[in-house]
Design a protein around this ligand. Structure first.
Ligand code: MLT
Length: 278
């Protein structure tokens, strides 16, 4: 006898209509929900190791944010990180989950995470933020993003696809991993890359929000992360009452891809403990 259709569906990428647009979401497994939110300018596939590991005991939900991966291009302009966060809240509500989600975001996914927790905290059980920061861009960084957005719209994504992957990983990363990241960036539409940069450049500073966070929080960084230095994450962790920061030695910005075994173990320990951050 074949598997029931609903069971097979759990193994497939699915489409959900969110704010009149098609969001592609990979959903696998059953149980406590784990929402994985990817970084920029990537898609759900950066979590493949986590999907494979956690789907045996959790319901893993890994969307392609609007405009990324196989999701539709966004019609809203200008798009803000609050829009992404509201899309995720709508997705979580549509899925009618049995309990609040474990939220896990990386970098841009983490910027969205602060907003999600602030606006939709009742949808969250535990909170995991990887390789991200809470502060807004300074003016120099924001200006740089506006410039890159213009360039990408004019000349396409080739330039950033060729140089960005090496910035995202440590010098220990394999050429195959660099190539995998390059291919994802290469297939991201120029409008999405430009819109993502503009959205990040106007994101609010979340530093004042950190002391209000009551959810058990785990922060994960990489000692070789050139994009989000560990020192900054350590300060973020110190500002959150019920949190801990753990650095993965030797990993760069893409900790879930570069050190999947250690990364998964950290999450496993955090989720299994009753008093996770003591
Ligand atoms: C990311 O990994 O999401 C980006 O590097 C974040 C950023 O550009 O600030």
């Amino acid at each position: 006898m074949g598997k029931p259709a609903a069971d097979l569906n759990e193994k497939m990428l699915q489409n959900y209509t969110i704010n009149n647009q098609q969001l592609h979401v990979k959903i696998e497994g059953e149980g406590r929900p784990l929402l994985l939110v990817h970084g920029f300018p990537l898609d759900h596939s950066m979590w493949n190791h986590q999907i494979e590991h956690f789907a045996s005991r959790m319901k893993v939900i890994a969307p392609d944010l609007i405009g990324y991966g196989k999701s539709e291009l966004d019609a809203r302009e200008p798009l803000t990180l609050k829009d992404y966060s509201n899309d995720l809240a709508q997705l979580v509500q549509i899925l009618s989950l049995s309990s609040p989600v474990v939220f896990c975001g990386l970098s841009m996914g983490g910027y969205i995470g602060w907003q999600f927790l602030k606006d939709h905290g009742s949808l969250v059980d535990r909170f995991i933020q990887c390789n991200t920061r809470a502060a807004a861009d300074d003016e120099k960084t924001a200006r740089g993003r506006r410039l890159v957005a213009q360039q990408v719209l004019k000349h396409g994504v080739n330039e950033i696809a060729s140089h960005m992957p090496l910035k995202l990983v440590s010098s220990n990363a394999s050429p195959d991993l660099v190539d995998e990241i390059r291919q994802v960036i290469q297939s991201t539409p120029a409008e999405t890359v430009a819109g993502g940069h503009l959205a990040m450049s106007t994101r609010p500073d979340m530093t004042n929000f950190l002391p209000n966070i009551q959810h058990p929080t785990l922060l994960i960084g990489g000692s070789g992360d050139a994009v989000t230095p560990s020192q900054e994450m350590r300060c973020v962790s110190q500002a959150i009452p019920n949190s801990q920061f753990i650095e993965i030695e030797g990993a760069g910005h893409m900790t879930p891809m570069e050190a999947p075994g250690e990364f998964n173990q950290l999450i496993e320990t955090f989720l299994n403990s009753t008093n996770p951050t003591s």
